[in-house]
Design a protein around this ligand. Structure first.
Ligand SMILES: Cc1ncc(C[n+]2csc(CCOP(=O)(O)OP(=O)(O)O)c2C)c(N)n1
Ligand SMILES: [Mg+2]
Length: 255
């Protein structure tokens, strides 16, 4: 999709691949593709909105809209904008792309779900560089105050953000201790190990009295050697050329 568009963030999508797949296809997200606006649905917010393509791909595979539409990504006038637009795409729960806002939106929705007593949950995926935004921590503290046990934050901990290694921009460690200090049940997992991803999501769904943070260690560009072995993160926001994309898809299919 990003190759066809000539623009976009494939490496940021690939690090989130197991997480998004487990949510949509592992039985966690209660979402009827024929009724994507059902009031008692679970919500997924792609707070790192630049990873929109993997969200669109999951929604299309799920049957919310046709996979035929995917190649419209980033074309003028097409609803599949470079960052998700809640007004234009069914299944998109929040307009994101300005990093740092998704957890606050997710908390608001989670609180409304509690008021509605519909048993629904909200899952929010953030980038790790995104955690540099102070608003994330305001939401983290407020969620704890309100004992929002139907809110799950998943951090795509790929150790890179836009301009290079996240730790060079603003060190985050000890990251688990920060979430714990904010009152969150916290798990650190390998974000590319199905058993660990599914296990942490299952525990998050059982946790009572407080929200859960899943810190998923991931690899930016997972599955595509050309991107993973790029030490300078120069693939952030850069699509593969047509031939490179073909090779990348073959590599993923062989894995
Ligand atoms: C508020 C805000 N500032 C800056 C940007 C530009 N930007 C887009 S992606 C990105 C890096 C994000 O890094 P991270 O959250 O770690 O996501 P990753 O791509 O590594 O998964 C930045 C700074 C933005 N989208 N929003
Ligand atoms: Mg990152």
């Amino acid at each position: 999709m990003t190759t066809a568009a000539g623009n976009g963030h494939p490496s940021s999508c690939l690090s989130a691949s197991h997480i998004v797949t487990a949510l949509y296809f592992g039985g966690f997200l209660r979402l009827d593709p024929k009724a994507p606006h059902a009031p008692d649905r679970d919500r997924f917010i792609m707070s790192k909105g630049h990873a929109a393509p993997i969200l669109y791909a999951a929604l299309a595979e799920k049957g919310v809209f046709s996979t035929d539409t995917l190649m419209g990504l980033r074309k003028i006038g097409d609803p599949l904008e470079g960052h998700p637009n809640v007004r234009r795409v069914p299944g998109v729960e929040a307009s994101t792309g300005s990093l740092g806002q998704g957890l606050s939106i997710g908390l608001g929705i989670a609180l409304a779900q509690k008021l509605a007593k519909n048993g629904a949950r909200t899952f929010v995926l953030t980038g790790d560089g995104e955690l540099d935004e102070g608003q994330v921590w305001e939401a983290a503290m407020a969620a704890s105050k309100y004992k929002s046990d139907n809110l799950v934050a998943i951090v795509d901990r790929n150790h890179y953000q836009q301009t290079g290694p996240g730790d060079h921009v603003l060190p985050l460690e000890p990251l688990a201790a920060k979430w714990q200090a904010c009152g969150w049940e916290t798990y650190e997992i390998d974000g590319h190990d199905w058993a660990q991803v599914v296990g942490a999501l299952s525990r998050a769904c059982e946790t009572k009295g407080r929200p859960t943070a899943i810190l998923a260690r991931t690899v930016k560009g997972f599955g595509v050697t050309r991107i993973v072995e790029d030490p300078g993160n120069k693939f952030h926001g850069v699509p593969l050329k047509a031939k490179e994309a073909e090779e990348a898809i073959q590599e993923i299919e062989r894995a």
